[in-house]
Design a protein around this ligand. Structure first.
Ligand SMILES: [Mg+2]
Length: 146
């Protein structure tokens, strides 16, 4: 079976974590993009067709929640998995209420991220499919007299 890579953007101020995690996801067949701040995350999202963002909560400057809020305003269909330590699970839950798909506890294990990525990708694909169908229906209705 041919795997269609998910375009994943990893956002964390810890460069070592981004590198290590990025390599693991690349080994698993995903297409990985990297950002080291909330601001950089939004810049990448404007340029690239990202499916899922893996977003650290604790970052200097724009933190994960601020970044998530702005991201969902600009790109509502992009799915987000929050990255959290034991001390910030409540914040991750708050993130889910703001539209994040799920959260992942650091240090993140690759099997766990694999399953969550798949779920996030599926939710985005299904939503895009629903939008496409709704657009087609609206076009058909408009063209109804022809
Ligand atoms: Mg951090």
């Amino acid at each position: 079976m041919i795997k269609i890579p998910t375009n994943v953007l990893i956002v964390d101020d810890e460069k070592d974590f981004v590198e290590m995690f990025g390599l693991r996801l690349e080994e698993a067949g995903e297409k990985v993009f990297r950002a080291y701040s909330g601001k950089e995350c939004l810049e990448v999202l404007d340029k690239e067709n990202i499916d899922v963002v893996v977003l650290d909560i604790k970052m200097p400057g724009m933190d994960g929640i601020e970044t998530l809020t702005e991201l969902k305003k600009r790109h509502p269909i992009v799915e987000v998995i929050m990255l959290t330590g034991h001390g910030t699970i409540e914040t991750a839950v708050q993130g889910m209420k703001l539209g994040a798909f799920d959260y992942l506890l650091k240090p993140a294990n690759v099997d766990e991220i694999g399953a969550k990525l798949e779920g996030a990708r599926k939710r985005k694909d299904e939503q895009e499919d629903r939008i496409r169908k709704a657009e087609q229906r609206s076009l058909l209705r408009r063209g109804g007299n022809i």
